[in-house]
Design a binder for this molecule. Structure first.
Ligand code: HEM
Length: 261
């Protein structure tokens, strides 16, 4: 009964008021669902994707891009999985991302069960399939075209950066993208367009901060959406029209969770 699983996840999203400064596990659950799915490559014998839940195993659990995601996996293991022993991790992780988005005020994401877990690490996808925040539009196209997404969908999916924040100890980057990191909105696009972005002055990785307060951030890969004319068109449209953004995000994210399934 997936409605029961849905409710069990929704009930614990805010169980720890101390977690990560804003007391909400939604953003990191979205990231887990995305990283489990975004390892997909159709032509390789290790196809990756959410099927298999191979991130339970080294080496995939230890890839740099997945740093910190043990927090999301442990959270589900502790609070949800024991109630549903027959549920696959692959279904649990993808459904948790859907629940998180919907419970944070986002659109209804198409989702269906049926993913099967692998029993060992032999099907872990190779490292390097997820995008690098230090890079620009050509890299984003390499990564997302591989999974069958187009420019519009790259921009729509990246709007999830309205949620959560970067952690220096995980990715090397620091700070939230928006002032409402636990609400799913089109704020990623409005914030990107409405601020002046300057390089952050620190001893860490190159990233942008907003000039006015220095408290919001953009990755070089986020800023690339402004610099690339084909992508910028979609940044502007989603900033103007949140319901269009919700439709496009829901379709693209639903497809992401199905890759290789
Ligand atoms: C476009 C290429 C992308 C790049 C380069 C990228 C990179 C990153 C990086 C570096 C972080 C910070 C991790 C940390 O320090 O904890 C992050 C966080 C996050 N990403 Fe992305 N990402 C991309 C696309 C996406 C997509 C497609 C989604 C979902 C649809 C997504 C959802 C998130 C969320 C929700 C967080 C916050 C996690 C938290 O608060 O713990 N990202 N991303």
């Amino acid at each position: 009964d997936y409605k029961k699983v849905y409710k069990a996840i929704a009930d614990v999203l805010e169980i720890d008021p101390e977690y990560d400064g804003f007391g909400h596990f939604g953003p990191i659950l979205v990231r887990l669902g995305w990283h489990a799915s975004g390892s997909y490559a159709p032509s390789d014998h290790c196809r990756g994707g959410s099927n298999g839940a191979t991130m339970r195993f080294a080496p995939e659990a230890k890839y740099g891009a997945n740093k910190g995601l043990h927090i999301a996996r442990d959270f589900l293991d502790r609070h949800v999985k024991p109630q549903f022993p027959g549920l696959s991790y692959a279904d649990l992780w993808t459904l948790a991302a859907v629940v998180a988005i919907q419970e944070m005020g986002g659109p209804t994401i198409p989702w269906r069960p049926g993913r099967i877990d692998q029993s060992g690490p032999s099907d872990c996808p190779p490292n390097g399939r997820l995008p690098d925040g230090a890079k620009g539009a050509p890299h984003l196209r390499d990564i997302f075209y591989r999974m069958g997404f187009n420019d519009q969908e790259i921009v729509a999916l990246t709007g999830a950066h309205a949620l959560g924040r970067c952690h220096r100890e995980r990715s090397g980057f620091e700070g939230p993208w928006t002032t409402s990191p636990t609400v799913f909105t089109n704020a990623f696009y409005t914030t990107l367009l409405d601020n002046t972005w300057v390089p952050k002055q620190w001893d860490g990785a190159f990233q942008y901060v907003d000039k006015a307060t220095g408290e919001l951030m953009m990755l070089p890969s986020d800023y690339a959406l402004l610099e690339d004319p084909k992508m910028r068109v979609w940044v502007e449209r989603y900033a103007r029209d949140e319901s269009l953004y919700f439709d496009h995000f829901a379709q693209a994210f639903g497809r992401l969770l199905e890759l290789g399934v």
